[in-house]
Write a protein that binds this ligand. Structure first.
Ligand code: GP9
Ligand code: MN
Length: 429
């Protein structure tokens, strides 16, 4: 019921940060291009195999003077994997303890998502993905989120060798998406979801341009090869953006949606990280994924704040100078100077700059050692845990109770799902 919203509103209000004047509104009016790096983990950044960088283009972008790059940013997905990431990124709401929120609630719920809010600030929105539109119930969910366009597999010309695994190969995907992107009215909000760096990391021989690792774990070893391919594809996409004159007029947002190597591969992970042994602490830290924002004139650098996917939307709105003091968001602007640095995992574990709780054990985040907490430390840990539990359960209450239908966001018109229709073209030429 509507009164269930009261504790949500209280939590969200207490959670709002003051904006950082160095960053607030720095990307005002610019296009937003979100690049979803499939299964891409932070450890790949600057990682080398046989002395060769896996991702030279991303590494260059990571240290570009107009890029803010985060090195303590975690994915926070549960069983909904990619869909949980999308949910957090565009709504600042968590996925669910079980299943996928997009699958279960994407069609019927009321949302106040990024595409809809930006749409009411003059933006045109479009999602791009080289798989069928029904995967993760995207076709229905995107209507609820107010996406004007959804370019899915049928919008792309296909040939037998154009696809691998779930769909279109990233290089072809970026090439053809760039053509559509240029046709969109500006400013636009666009999201491009890559695919090739997805388990089982398959790639046709002609595109393999990198040595596999040699851990002996067959599911792990080709991971760097598809990651390298994704990096090349990203490099090509930057060229297309520059050629189209879009690079300078856009805010680029890059993120890895979740791990590529699951916790079932401890010996291989140990070898990749050059460690003798892997603890639950290492596994928690292994959940870091990239998050980078770039636009001309932005004060770049490596930002060490602890945060995660739930924090992206407030960060984005603040960069765009879009007032979001009243929106229901469970995250906090990553560029704010005073923020709680508590990263909730979907299973209730968490990471802060001090403590890492993983599989029930608390570690010292700085050293990785199991903590024998003092009374004072224990009190802090209890407080952090309470924050995490509250944050997750209030977010679940919003999604499961469809509570946003009771929430009147100032000057926001509720999305009329019937107005959206993603007509599937038969390919372009
Ligand atoms: C499929 C893709 C994969 O369209 O987004 O989703 P994932 O398996 O990573 O959740
Ligand atoms: Mn994914």
């Amino acid at each position: 019921s509507a009164s269930d919203l009261n504790s949500v509103k209280r939590f969200v209000r207490q959670n709002k940060t003051a904006v950082n004047p160095t960053y607030y509104g720095r990307a005002k009016g610019r296009n937003v291009i979100i690049i979803h790096l499939e299964s891409f983990q932070q450890f790949l950044i600057n990682y080398k195999v046989n002395g060769r960088e896996v991702t030279p283009n991303l590494n260059r972008f990571y240290r570009n003077q107009n890029t803010v790059s985060f090195d303590n940013f975690f994915h926070q997905v549960g069983q909904g994997k990619t869909s949980d990431a999308e949910m957090m990124l565009e709504n600042s709401l968590f996925g669910l303890p079980q299943g996928s929120a997009m699958t279960t609630y994407g069609a019927q719920n009321t949302f106040q998502a990024a595409p809809a809010i930006l749409g009411q600030h003059g933006y045109t929105s479009a999602a791009f993905h080289g798989d069928v539109p029904s995967f993760w119930n995207r076709d229905n969910t995107y209507k609820s989120w107010g996406y004007n366009y959804f370019f899915s597999s049928s919008y792309y010309k296909t040939k037998p060798n154009y696809s691998v695994g779930y769909g279109l190969k990233d290089k072809i995907f970026f090439r053809d998406s760039a053509k559509y992107l240029q046709m969109l009215p500006q400013p636009f909000y666009a999201k491009l979801i890559t695919l090739t760096n997805h388990y089982p990391y398959e790639l046709d021989k002609a595109n393999v341009d990198f040595p596999a690792t040699k851990t002996g774990d067959k599911t792990v070893d080709p991971y760097v090869q598809t990651a390298h391919y994704l990096d090349e594809a990203f490099g090509e996409f930057l060229t297309y953006l520059k050629q189209a004159g879009l690079y300078k007029k856009s805010l680029l947002v890059l993120y890895g949606d979740h791990y590529g190597i699951s916790n079932n591969h401890r010996p291989a992970i140990a070898q990749l990280l050059h460690k003798d042994d892997i603890t639950n602490y290492d596994l928690a830290q292994f959940q870091k994924v990239p998050f980078m924002v770039h636009t001309p004139g932005l004060k770049g650098g490596i930002n060490h704040t602890y945060g995660g996917e739930i924090d992206v939307l407030p960060t984005l709105f603040d960069l765009l100078g879009i007032n979001n003091q009243k929106t229901i968001q469970f995250g906090q602007d990553l560029l704010a100077t005073h923020r709680r640095q508590i990263v909730a995992f979907r299973d209730g574990d968490f990471v802060t700059p001090q403590y890492t709780k993983s599989s029930g054990t608390v570690y010292n985040t700085k050293t990785g050692a199991v903590l024998d907490p003092t009374k004072k430390q224990q009190a802090q840990i209890d407080q952090d845990q309470n924050y995490v539990t509250t944050q997750l359960s209030l977010s679940d209450r919003v999604v499961q109770g469809d509570l946003l239908r009771f929430y009147q966001l100032k000057a926001f018109k509720t999305v009329d799902k019937k107005k959206y229709n993603y007509k599937y073209a038969t390919g372009m030429d």
